[in-house]
Design a protein around this ligand. Structure first.
Ligand SMILES: Nc1ncnc2c1ncn2[C@@H]1O[C@H](COP(=O)(O)OP(=O)(O)OP(=O)(O)O)[C@@H](O)[C@H]1O
Length: 273
C-alpha cells in the first residue's frame, strides 16, 4: 500500500495488494503518474449562472489555504477557465503524457483551449467525441500531487455530463445556481441526478444573489428574493456561499485576473470540502 493511500482506488493508479476494483463500473483509471486526493465536480442546471467563476474561485481559495489544486475544464464547448486565469500558452507533453498549464499562483489547469491552435475556434463535435476528450483529460494528463481537482462540468444532465460522472471518480459536487432560475426545480434535478449517480452533494453556491450599492452599502435583490434557504433546508444541503453581482468579478475574469479576487465569501470552504 502506498504511504499516500487515501483508500480511494478509483482515483489511484497504483497496482497494490489492497486494490479493490468493481468490475462492473465504467470508471477510467487516471494516468499512472497522477496522484489526486479529491475530485470535486461543479455543476449547474443551465449555462451562464457562473459555474466557471465558482470553479475558479474554489480553486483559488483552496490554493491560498495551502493546498495543491487543479482544474479540469470539462466544459468543452464553452471553455472559459484559461481566459479567466490569463493563460495564453499551450499545454505541452513530456513523452509520458500531457502536462497541465500552471497559473501565476500555481493552479494546474487543463482545458480544450490550451490545446486548440486558435482559442476562438469553435468546438463543433458530437457528444461521444466531447465525452472522450474529457476522459482523456483524466487518463492522459499527468495530475501530479493534487489535493483538490475541481471539474468544471459540462452543463445539463445529458449524454456528456453523464459519461463524465461515470468515468471520472467524483467525490462530491457543488451546485451553482442563481436566484432568477426556478431554483427549487433546478436544485431538485441536480439532487436527483447526484442520488442516481451515488455522488454526495457538498453544498450549493448562489451566485448573483444581490447587488451591494457602493455608495450606501444597501443590498438590492436584482433578480428578486430567492428561495435558496428553504430549498437547502428541505434537502438538508449546505449553502456554501452567496455571491453578489459585482462588476469587479466580471472585469477580473475578462482580464485574466481571477486570482486577485477577494475570497472572504468562501470563508470556511476548507472545512466543508
Ligand atoms: N457574481 C458575478 N458578478 C459579476 N459578473 C459575474 C458574476 N458571476 C459571473 N459573472 C460573469 O458572467 C459571465 C458568465 O459566468 P461563467 O462563465 O462563470 O458562467 P457559466 O455558468 O460557467 O457559463 P457557461 O455555462 O456558459 O460556461 C462571465 O463573464 C462572468 O465573469
Amino acid at each position: 500500500m502506498s504511504e499516500n493511500c487515501n483508500s480511494n482506488c478509483s482515483s489511484c493508479s497504483q497496482e497494490c495488494e489492497s486494490r479493490k476494483e468493481d468490475k462492473t463500473d465504467f470508471m477510467e483509471k487516471p494516468h499512472k503518474m497522477s496522484n489526486v486526493k479529491k475530485v470535486i465536480g461543479v455543476v449547474s442546471g443551465k449555462g451562464g449562472v457562473g459555474k466557471s467563476l465558482v470553479t475558479s474561485m474554489l480553486a483559488v481559495t483552496m490554493q491560498r489555504r495551502g493546498h495543491r489544486v487543479g482544474i479540469l475544464d470539462a466544459d468543452i464547448t464553452g471553455p472559459s477557465i484559461p481566459k479567466s486565469f490569463g493563460i495564453t500558452e499551450k499545454a505541452k507533453g513530456n513523452g509520458y503524457g500531457i502536462l497541465p498549464c500552471k497559473s501565476k499562483t500555481g493552479v494546474e489547469i487543463m482545458s480544450i483551449n490550451l490545446l486548440l491552435e486558435d482559442d476562438t475556434d469553435p468546438v463543433v463535435w458530437r457528444g461521444p467525441v466531447i465525452a472522450g476528450t474529457v476522459k482523456q483529460f483524466w487518463t492522459e494528463v499527468i495530475w501530479n500531487d493534487i489535493d483538490y481537482l475541481f471539474v468544471d462540468m459540462p452543463p445539463g444532465t445529458g449524454d456528456v455530463p453523464l459519461t463524465v460522472f461515470q468515468s471520472i471518480p467524483i467525490d462530491g459536487i457543488v451546485i451553482v445556481t442563481s436566484p432568477q432560475e426556478l431554483v427549487s426545480m433546478i436544485v431538485e434535478k441536480a439532487v436527483k441526478m447526484a442520488e442516481m449517480m451515488n455522488i454526495p452533494i457538498i453544498g450549493i453556491v448562489e451566485n448573483m444573489s444581490y447587488f451591494k450599492c457602493p455608495d450606501c452599502n444597501k443590498e438590492y435583490k436584482i433578480f428578486g428574493d430567492s428561495n435558496i434557504d428553504n430549498v437547502a433546508k428541505s434537502h438538508n444541503l449546505k449553502i456554501i456561499a452567496k455571491l453578489p453581482i459585482d462588476p469587479k468579478i466580471a472585469a477580473s475574469c475578462d482580464r485574466g485576473m481571477v486570482e486577485l479576487l477577494d475570497d472572504s465569501l468562501f470563508g470556511n470552504i476548507a472545512e466543508i470540502l
